[in-house]
Design a protein around this ligand. Sequence first.
Ligand SMILES: N[C@@H](CCC(=O)N[C@@H](CS)C(=O)NCC(=O)O)C(=O)O
Length: 235
Amino acid sequence: MIDLYTAATPNGQKIHIMLEECGLAYRAKWVDISRGDQFEPEFLAISPNNKIPAMVDHDGPGGREIALFESGAILLYLADKTGRFLPDAPHERWETVQWLMWQMGGFGPMLGQAHHFNAYAPMRPDGPVVLPYAQERYTKEAARLYGVLDKRLEEHEYVAAGQYTIADMAIFPWCRLAYRQRQDIESFPNVKRWFDVIAARPAVAKDMEETEDIVDGFSKESWEISFGGRQHSQS
Ligand SMILES: N[C@@H](CCC(=O)N[C@@H](CS)C(=O)NCC(=O)O)C(=O)O
C-alpha cells in the first residue's frame, strides 16, 4: 500500500495519473497547503521542502518502506517499481528522462511564476500587487515553453520515446491551467491535439473529474502561509 501526500495541484495530479495508470493501490492523504498542513512535523519528516507531493511506499524495494518527495523522483520510482511508462531501451529511456527534467526544471517552475504574478499577487489581501514587468516576463516565458512543446509535438505523437510516458504525465496537468499563464492552448495546435488525446485516457479523465486546482482568493492567513512570513520562517 502506498500513502500519497497530495493536493489538487499539477504536481499532485501527475502522481494521481501515474498511480491510476498503473492500477496501484494507494491512500490519498490530502494536505491542505492553504491551511499550513505542509509545516506539520509529521509531513516535514518525509517532505523537508514543505511541498506536496510526497509518498511512502510501505512495500518498497526489498520489502522495505521507502519515503520520497519531488514529483519527478516519485514518477521515476513508480516507473521503476512497475516497469511501466519509462522504456528500458536506453535511447527511449533517456529521451523520456530528458523531457521529464524539462518539465521539472522549466515548464513547471516558470509556469508557476506566471501563476504567481498573473493570478495570485493581484489577489494579495493586504492590497493587490500588479507588476507589469514580472507579468510580461513570465507570460512570455510560458509562451516560449509552449512553443517548444508545440514544435516537439509537431513531429511526435507523444513527448518522448514515441509512446505515452511519465514525461507526458508530468507536463499535462500544467496545461490544464493555461488560462492562468495567459496562454490560449488553441494557438498551439499540436499541444491541443496531444492534450485532447491524453485527457481522454480513463486514468487522466478520472483525475480531471476528481481534482481541480482552484485559487479564487487568499485570506491574510493563507497568504502568510503560501507567500509570507509563515512560508519563509521555516528556514
Ligand atoms: N519541485 C516540486 C514542487 C512541488 C510544489 O511546488 N508543490 C506545491 C503545490 S504544487 C506545494 O506543496 N506548495 C506548498 C508550499 O509552498 O508551502 C515537485 O515537483 O514536487
